[in-house]
Design a protein. Structure first.
Length: 290
């Protein structure tokens, strides 16, 4: 058991900041200030249940192959208690990042985030996933793995088929509002075409991890003049070795295409009605005949 987690949130945060500063000092002494200044801030972005932890694992391989620093912080949009930060809090966290820092978060495609994280001095990777699998993953996650989620108790009381229906079409009970899958995805969709940002499929990281890691490495190298400590192929190997899904506290199965085991014909019809052209826009289907 990690005793630090039982410390007051404010003290935990101060200890995180001290650790981050120590790591930055160590990296500075190892590579020198000129090299560190030419290294991009490395940021992983995702929609909830789209593979954020998988992507973060890959990005945490960069401190092993170059002048990068694991910040060791909560997601950009969360505080020490896992509560959502207001926009000004997120802006403060973004402003903290220094060249070479590695972190991740869940930022919707809304100003001023796109302009900030696609600028020079940033390397931002956005991971996306088949929305049908996001629905299934979320249905399990809320009911079985997130006891503090506002919908946890209600999800525990209804069958899986009902959870899937609610997550597809959206659901409201009193003051609790569950957005539809279309609403959830549209708020992130702009990242797929944002210049300066690399979009990577969750399915590629799971099924073709070496190809995906090589793409990420090539992109991050193009965003700064930083030295690679290992030969190219060995560096890719190091990034792939970081992928350990079961070490994520939110990982359940992560199998691409699992929606086929859970979607009934009615779920398929409902998804097509609610999502419209979403799957076509994201490149997961060519038409509505699936």
């Amino acid at each position: 058991m990690n005793p630090v987690r039982w410390l007051p949130p404010g003290l935990r945060w101060r200890l995180r900041v001290l650790r981050w500063r120590w790591r930055r000092l160590w990296t500075l002494l190892r590579y020198g200030p000129q090299v560190l200044r030419q290294t991009p801030r490395l940021l992983g972005l995702a929609q909830t249940k789209a593979g954020s932890h998988l992507l973060h694992q890959v990005l945490l391989g960069f401190p092993h192959i170059g002048p990068f620093v694991d910040m060791g912080m909560p997601p950009l949009n969360r505080d020490e208690t896992n509560a959502k930060l207001p926009p000004e809090g997120i802006q403060t966290r973004l402003a903290m990042l220094r060249p070479g820092d590695v972190t991740y978060g869940y930022l919707p495609y809304t100003a001023p985030y796109p302009q900030t994280v696609s600028a020079g001095g940033w390397a931002t990777v956005f991971i996306y996933r088949d929305p049908r699998d996001i629905v299934v993953s979320h249905a399990y996650y809320i009911a079985d793995m997130q006891p503090h989620h506002e919908w946890h108790q209600r999800f525990r009381q209804v069958p899986m088929a009902t959870r899937i229906t609610w997550l597809i079409q959206g659901h409201r009970e009193g003051e609790l509002v569950l957005p539809s899958i279309r609403e959830r995805c549209l708020s992130y969709l702009g990242w797929l075409s944002q210049p300066g940002v690399l979009a990577v499929r969750f399915e590629d990281l799971r099924l073709r991890p070496r190809d995906a890691a090589a793409r990420i490495l090539a992109y991050v190298r193009s965003r700064g003049a930083w030295p690679l400590r290992l030969p190219q192929e060995a560096a890719v190997d190091r990034l792939v070795a970081q992928i350990r899904p079961h070490r994520s506290g939110t990982f359940r199965k992560g199998q691409p295409g699992a929606w086929r085991e859970h979607f009934s014909p009615e779920h398929k019809r409902l998804f097509k009605d609610v999502a419209g052209d979403l799957l076509i826009q994201m490149g997961y289907e060519d038409d509505h005949d699936w």
